[in-house]
Design a binder for this molecule. Structure first.
Ligand code: ADP
Ligand code: MG
Length: 448
């Protein structure tokens, strides 16, 4: 579609920042100075790692939450509350089980005070548009996941929105269903069968972003900022095998590994800075770093897959991710962890083993555990911190809540939980700590 600078601006986000207050009363800066415009005629994808603030930005656009500073406008009118012209599609919909498809779709209109005959007419039209005809009288439990998500779309369409916001609308669906629903949606858009003038779609799937969007906005994390924007000037339907598509894929990987590098570099710089001022009480201890959330078996699986994909000492990340069917949410935390632990080095779009990483890959199980333990304690401050506390305690036992409370000074409750789970998982593999599920206690594996 032709989108020029002169196209009407649908949404305008000006210098938005958003902080949340953690359970421990600390301020968490989630979005920092975001500027963004959605113009008439475009689909924009917001792409970024988990936790980079994409959903928060979408909720701000929908008027569901308020910014800490900055301004938002919908067609030049400030957004203070949910706006009638803007509809939202979520990852999963809470459909009311005792209502039929038709009644579930009508629900969105009841709130707007539309009278019942008109409600029915418009709901039937939305159901037809999204390909649910024949299922009007079905109950949610009779529907597959894909059909249920179509009800979610119909619920958004029935209000005849001007702007459609979607938050990972396909991520709960299988690949076939996703392909099917996504191409139906693109078809709906290009054929102009709805009144929708602009779409913002959050995703963590790079290919999905290139398949759908006119423009891709890439987020960097901690705090969430816009790192890059990439224009996709390809006709629909887009061919994932075409050269232009592959080039865009490489370009995006390049950008996303850049943000990862700068994040790691920033954390290291901060740690150095703190080490230099050790006599003063530090505000942000070194262990309070948002560890990438990984699973130990996936991490080792990745190391093994990397060996198979090594060409001239480097591994192409898009190729590696594709061969393992991993998307951004899976691949980047893993590569980042390998980088932090000095088993690999990420550079733009590529990853390479370090000597230690190579040695790890080529060792047997016991040797691997030793190397892993050594690197975990040397390079991951949270592992050091936990180990230090356990060493200090006469019983060499500490309830996990102690560490959770500490983390909650810097991260949300969920995030703290995820970070602690990760370090326990890695620590158990390395046999540097033990965890008792029943008592919720961490302890030393071999106290002597
Ligand atoms: P994304 O959608 O990119 O994964 P989110 O916008 O959901 O990211 O979250 C960004 C960060 O903000 C995360 O660290 C998350 O824990 C935090 N966060 C989101 N909502 C809240 C909230 N209501 N209270 C505290 N922290 C929150
Ligand atoms: Mg999200």
């Amino acid at each position: 579609m032709n989108i020029s600078e002169n196209s009407t601006t649908l949404l305008s986000i000006e210098n938005i920042s958003k902080s949340f207050i953690s359970a421990e009363g600390q301020e968490l800066l989630v979005l920092d100075s975001i500027n963004f415009k959605l113009r008439e005629g475009e689909i924009v994808s917001l792409l970024g790692k988990s936790g980079s603030g994409k959903s928060t930005l979408l909720r701000l656009m929908a008027g569901l939450i308020k910014p800490s500073s900055g301004n938002l406008f919908y067609r030049n009118t400030p957004i203070h509350a949910p706006v009638q012209g803007i509809a939202m599609v979520f990852q999963t919909f809470a459909l009311l089980p005792w209502l039929t498809v038709l009644e579930n779709v009508e629900l969105g209109l009841e709130a707007l005070g539309v009278e019942s005959k008109e409600r029915r007419k418009r709901a039937l039209k939305a159901i037809d548009t999204i390909g649910l005809d024949g299922f009007e009288s079905a109950y949610p439990k009779e529907l597959s996941g894909g059909m249920r998500q179509r009800v979610g779309f119909a619920r958004a369409l029935v209000v005849e929105p001007d702007v459609l916001l979607m938050d990972e609308p396909f991520s709960a669906l299988d690949i076939l269903t996703t392909d099917n629903l996504r191409s139906d949606l693109i078809d709906l858009w290009t054929s102009k069968r709805t009144k929708i003038k602009g779409i913002v779609c959050v995703t963590h799937d790079i290919e999905e972003a290139i398949l759908m969007a006119d423009r891709i906005v890439i987020f960097a994390s901690d705090p969430g900022t816009i790192q890059a924007e990439i224009t996709v000037d390809l006709p629909y339907p887009r061919d994932t095998e075409s050269l232009a598509f592959r080039e865009l894929l490489d370009q995006i990987y390049m950008e996303m590994t850049k943000s990862e590098r700068s994040r790691i570099a920033k954390a290291k710089a901060q740690a150095l800075l703190q080490a230099a001022h050790e006599e003063e009480p530090t505000e942000h201890p070194e262990y309070a770093y948002r560890l990438p959330v990984v699973d130990i078996s996936e991490l080792i699986g990745l190391v093994e897959a990397m060996e198979d994909h090594e060409v001239d000492g480097v591994i192409n990340l898009p190729v590696l991710a594709e061969s393992l069917h991993l998307d951004v949410n899976n691949v980047f935390p893993l590569t980042e962890m390998l980088d932090m632990m000095r088993f690999a080095k990420i550079s733009e779009g590529e990853i390479a083993f370090t000597d230690a990483g190579k040695k790890f890959a080529n060792s047997n199980i016991q040797e691997r555990k030793q190397i892993f333990a050594q690197h975990l304690l040397q390079y991951i401050p949270l592992a050091q911190h936990i180990r230090h506390i356990l060493d200090r305690e006469p019983s060499h036992r500490t309830p996990e809540s102690t560490f959770l409370n500490e983390l909650q000074n810097y991260f949300s409750e969920e995030e703290s939980e995820r970070i602690l789970r990760t370090i326990i998982d890695l620590g158990r593999y390395a046999e540097i700590l033990a965890y008792d599920y029943d008592s919720g206690e961490l302890s030393l594996e071999n106290p002597q």
